[in-house]
Design a protein around this ligand. Sequence first.
Ligand SMILES: C[S@@+](CC[C@H](N)C(=O)[O-])C[C@H]1O[C@@H](n2cnc3c(N)ncnc32)[C@H](O)[C@@H]1O
Length: 176
Amino acid sequence: MVIEVVRIGQRVVRDDRVTTHVALVARAFGATRIYMNEINPEIKDTLGKINDSWGGDFSIEYMENWKSIIKMKKEENFKIIHLTMYGENINEIQSEITKEKNLLVVVGAEKVPREIYEYADYNVAIGSQPHSEISGLAIFLDRIQKGNQFNKFFSNAKRRIIPTKKGKNVVLETRD
Ligand SMILES: C[S@@+](CC[C@H](N)C(=O)[O-])C[C@H]1O[C@@H](n2cnc3c(N)ncnc32)[C@H](O)[C@@H]1O
């Protein structure tokens, strides 16, 4: 399953911390790419440094228009998942979504355009209470991949963590 993320409506500087965390969650929970309408170069730099230390090739892509990304991905046979508190309960719909091959997960920042509800193949609620795009994305990705994302290997890492009961155990990888 290929998973990509779109964040719509963020505002540079004001939303930068949340935007960074959405991108970090996307990367750490198994997505390969995030599209954004505004990108602070510092966020790209932060994620680039994370890739360099901890591996993988997660990318941040600029999008001029979210509708054209959604249309392009539909043509590439991606299913569009819009995370919204008004959608179908994740508990009811997760087994159906798990059968899909490629997913484009859309999360909002402040106000989400109404049309997104129509473009989406699935409007999915991570509970019908307002919370956050960071938690919504994390829980969605975990449910859909059933925790397997945490067994994923991040290639070309400089550092790797050996999980330990107490303290920190980090090994430096040797590259040829
Ligand atoms: C701070 S909320 C803003 C919600 C806003 N009132 C709206 O127009 O939808 C930002 C984003 O968090 C996500 N989100 C928040 N609560 C959610 C929930 N219960 N289930 C799924 N996604 C949620 C949605 O993607 C939403 O667009």
